[in-house]
Ligand binder design. Structure first.
Ligand code: ADP
Length: 464
């Protein structure tokens, strides 16, 4: 049963929940109202009947000691005015014989057995199929003592209650029908975009990211948010999917070349190497260089593919990291000249030392490697007290990069001089790694370059 309910469609669950809630609340309110009304109305009927009996008693007492039942019977007009049309009053003598009757709307009720012991007795009695309040009271009319019987029919009260009950049922039925209709409409309206979303998902599953699903739901509520999120997620997935495909294609293409070179040289060695030691020497050297390049490329590719989460707690001393990279580079390029200028009070940057060192290493080593004359490298660090980013400028006086190439230098495998004869063995991945790290730690990176003048790299690092 529970499983059956759980497996119902969302629309049915919604309608069932609304229907049951409205039905239960309405039923509870109706029962309480009905009981309260019934108690109040029946109490009113009882009060009316008792008042009539009191009025009749007062009337009998006001007639004095000399009045007879006969005299009263001859003039019933006043007494009829005390009663209402449905009430009947009968007076019996103590032997139970009727001596007077005012109105005749209902047949007489049975007199109580122990007449001597009561003054007023009230009870509910059914007389010829209909319910009545029957009140008996001992009365004194002049010298005559007898029993007054009032029959107060409850037919009006009962038809009032029946009317209320019918109204409750009709309104209740109408309310439930109305609410089910409204909830059906609402459920349909709310489910429509979800159904569209499900269809879109299954379409993407079958056909890939080829088609962009269209949703006609434009409201800015939770469902609108969900659709928007789905669209954004799909776009991001598509972008990363395309990037990944591009990456695999580029990587296999780039790796194919060194393998072909090594293959060529190995065949050379196999054919001529034994006889010509120079050929063997040269081929082995070239193969080793290509293998070293391949290893570097694979390491860098792995680094790009890894994409670990940024370390929120990271903090780096820019000058210290710079000095460390400078020392490293001076070992490799002893003739390079580095000049550092620092402005402002030292503050830590929000990046790991490892990532910052790699960014510096890539930019600085490019400046040395790609410039034939030994470059004069200027590094300026600006700690601005008022501005949050710490600005770092790295400029060289080298060959520069032409406008045509400049926008692409951060792309994977992009090399300005792609020909293999170029003396500088690069993978074209250095600046993509720099960009990836910069994005990860929210470092803004910009480049300006002029041919034969030099290249400027601008970094803006968040303060820790
Ligand atoms: P790699 O890892 O092969 O060095 P990068 O991605 O670091 O490649 O650089 C991309 C291209 O940008 C290089 O091929 C190089 O021609 C050019 N480049 C980068 N920095 C400089 C610079 N300071 N001066 C001249 N050319 C540069």
């Amino acid at each position: 049963m529970k499983n059956k309910l759980l497996n119902l469609s969302l629309k049915s669950k919604w309608m069932l929940a609304v229907g049951v809630t409205i039905f239960v609340s309405y039923a509870l309110i109706s029962v309480v109202l009905y009981i309260a009304l019934q108690t109040w109305l029946i109490h009113n009927e009882e009060k009316n009947a008792l008042r009539t009996v009191d009025d009749m008693t007062t009337y009998f007492e006001s007639q004095g000691n000399t009045v007879t039942v006969q005299a009263l019977q001859n003039n019933t007009a006043l007494m009829k005015a005390i009663l209402n049309q449905e009430q009947t009053v009968r007076v019996f003598n103590l032997d139970g014989i009727e001596v007077m009757r005012i109105n005749d709307a209902a047949p007489a009720a049975q007199l109580p057995k122990n007449q001597n012991y009561f003054s007023t007795m009230i009870e509910k009695q059914t007389i010829s199929g209909s319910e009545n309040y029957v009140i008996h009271r001992v009365v004194q009319i002049g010298q005559f003592q007898g029993i007054m019987q009032l029959i107060h029919p409850l037919a009006a009260f009962q038809s009032m209650m029946n009317y209320i009950l019918t109204t409750i049922f009709i309104i209740g039925f109408g309310a439930i029908l109305f609410s089910v209709m409204i909830s059906y409409y609402l459920a349909n309206m709310l489910m429509k975009p979800l159904v569209q979303l499900r269809d879109a998902m299954s379409f993407v599953r079958r056909n890939g990211f080829t088609a962009q699903p269209k949703f006609d739901y434009t409201a800015k509520d939770e469902i609108g948010d969900l659709l928007h999120m789905y669209r954004t997620l799909m776009n991001e997935l598509e972008i990363s999917f395309t990037k990944q495909q591009q990456f695999v294609a580029d990587a296999s293409h780039e790796l194919r070349t060194p393998i072909q070179v090594i293959e060529g040289h190995l065949s050379l060695i196999k054919r001529w190497g034994k006889d010509e030691p120079e050929v063997m020497e040269e081929s082995l050297n070239t193969s080793l260089t290509e293998i070293a390049r391949m290893r570097k490329m694979i390491e860098e590719l792995l680094q790009l593919a890894r994409r670990e989460q940024a370390d929120e707690q990271a903090s780096a001393d820019i000058e210290q990291v710079y000095e460390q990279v400078k020392e490293e580079l001076l070992q490799l390029y002893p003739n390079a000249e580095f000049h550092l200028t620092v402005n402002g009070d030292k503050t830590a940057a929000s990046i790991t030392e490892h990532a910052l060192a790699q960014i510096f290493r890539n930019i600085l080593s490019n400046s040395i490697r790609y410039n034939s004359n030994v470059p004069n490298l200027h590094v300026t660090i600006d700690y601005n007290e008022l501005q949050s980013p710490i600005s770092v400028t790295i400029d060289d006086n080298g060959i520069g990069i032409s406008e045509q190439h400049l926008p692409h230098i951060f792309d994977r495998f992009y090399r300005v001089d792609a020909s293999r004869t170029n003396k500088v063995a690069g993978t074209g991945l250095g600046l993509s790694i720099t960009k990836m790290l910069a994005d990860k730690y929210e470092v803004e990176i910009d480049v300006e370059s002029k041919l034969q003048k030099g290249t400027f790299f601008y970094l803006k690092l968040l303060k820790k």
